[in-house]
Ligand binder design. Structure first.
Ligand code: RTP
Ligand code: MG
Length: 140
């Protein structure tokens, strides 16, 4: 196991519900270290760039519309095996299928409005972290 960094987003539905603080506390309580944090709103074009791997998928348009529909919170978390571990903490993509106690079970609404995003591999973390944060914005 290695210390990794991963990007996590609190999606517009969870920001609207006002559960940003609960989500941050939940990940901290699992032992991960918050090394970068900001609140922002993506344009639709920026959402399309961020989710470009899904551009051929039928839900791409809806996803980018949703991700640009309101403010989001972007974070970088650091810890042992952080990429995989934070995906586990988030739970399945569809909140109805997510295990009890996972962030998507607790705070998600449906497969589109599922509260959080997390990098799914080292490669995606390497693209996604600098998409939101410069080196100066990540605390060593
Ligand atoms: P994410 O990238 O947001 O962390 O989610 P994920 O890895 O669990 O799921 P992924 O397959 O990467 O899909 C990205 C996001 O697209 C939306 N989606 N909608 N309507 C649908 O069938 C559908 N499938 C996926 C979800 O919001 C998902 O998180
Ligand atoms: Mg994904």
């Amino acid at each position: 196991m290695a210390v990794e960094r991963t990007l996590m987003l609190i999606k517009p539905d969870a920001v609207k519900k006002g559960v940003e603080g609960k989500i941050i506390a939940h990940v901290q309580e699992k032992g991960f270290k918050l090394v970068a944090l900001k609140k922002l709103r993506l344009t639709k074009e920026q959402a399309q760039q961020f989710y470009y791997v899904h551009k051929e998928r039928p839900f791409f348009e809806e996803l980018c519309e949703f991700m640009s529909s309101g403010p989001i919170v972007a974070m970088v978390w650091e810890g042992e095996n952080a990429i995989e571990e934070i995906r586990k903490i988030m739970g399945a993509t569809n909140p109805e299928e997510a295990e009890e106690g996972t962030l998507r079970k607790l705070y998600g609404t449906n497969i589109g409005e599922n509260a959080v995003h997390g990098s799914d591999s080292k490669e995606s973390a390497q693209f996604e972290i600098p998409f939101f944060f410069s080196r100066l914005e990540i605390v060593e």
